[in-house]
Design a protein around this ligand. Sequence first.
Ligand code: SAM
Length: 396
Amino acid sequence: MTPAARVQAAIEILDAIAVAAREGGAPADALLADAMRQRRYAGSKDRRAIRGHVYEAIRAVRIAPPSGRAAMVALADLRPDLAALFDGSPYGPAPITPNEPRAEAGFVAPALAELFDPLVSAEEGAAMLARAPLDLRANRIKAKREDLAMLFPEGAPIAHAPDGWRLPPETAATQHPAHAQGRFEVQDAASQYASAALGAASGMAIVDLCAGGGGKTLAIASVTENGADILACDTNRARLQQLPPRAERAGATRIATRLLDPGKENAMLADWQGRADRVFVDAPCSGSGTWRRSPELRWRLTSSRLERHLADQAKLIEIGAGLVAPGGKLLYAVCSIIAREGRAQMDDFLNRHPGWRVDAEPLPARVGRRAGAGFLLTPGHDGCDGFFLARLTAPC
Ligand SMILES: C[S@@+](CC[C@H](N)C(=O)[O-])C[C@H]1O[C@@H](n2cnc3c(N)ncnc32)[C@H](O)[C@@H]1O
């Protein structure tokens, strides 16, 4: 493909990504993979270049663009070398005209920035959109961080994450046989910190209420060295189904899964009411802490979607709290930097349940910043995804 044809391909893919962002369709990565499958003629250099253009344009544009071309033209305004490829050549984009529509360039819409936790400064914008490194977590059931150091000597330890090993973004770590053997998982440092913050230990009974594909469930199994009974729940069958084979690979033999029906969670967890030593509520959220990996999430957040997340979060915190044994602990986490999803949810819960106590130090010193009853981690401050987490102790 010519350089101009790559730009045109990126424009077409951005069209689909913009529509999906507005309509709540598939994530950008999935659409990009689909588009590449349809372009079998594209070689590996073409694919890399197209992917680069697509993500550069997403990062450059702050709200869902009217079209893929409008996004790419906005990027071309910042990059004369790219603008030169709008040359009207065969398969390339038509020349840019002065008055044609441009997408809005910039970090985020001002209305969205106003929702950020007050700890997030304007200077953090660049870190929130920079490409994330590839973080690995050694699975203690089968390996140690030293093993990762031998397998991937180009990496470095992640500060304050005892099992964490950081690699450059491009590394194809999951193709290493040690991954299929369950010796490590790919997991961002923030998720490693959050899983450790649960304070899980061998012998405990633990519920991971929003387990999804089990990323943090496996981290909890690793921290406890397979010594705790873990019930992993979710309402999404496809996600939860990913967990058993991952657990088998990891040698995590004490994880049970339970698919919940939305609205019937309490009834379906009746046997766990007031029994769990630890409950993890890793709630659905805006994902505003993960823009380094999924920058198009900035285009997706509408006020109605946010309100839905807020209602789900409040409901799930209540359900989770009901499962905690007297004196047991609830960890609430969201991969979000939006105050209403983080500190405000905890304030509301504590107002409703004054008997619960806030745990002062769930995280290692120097990780995160205190944000109300919890802690905020950000890419700029902590070198990991943005996350809010808070740990509470149930009354005895
Ligand atoms: C942030 S994701 C969890 C990620 C997961 N813990 C991990 O580490 O990979 C939130 C999850 O909550 C699930 N969820 C949404 N509503 C739920 C409900 N009512 N009960 C349980 N899980 C729910 C979603 O399906 C989604 O998988």
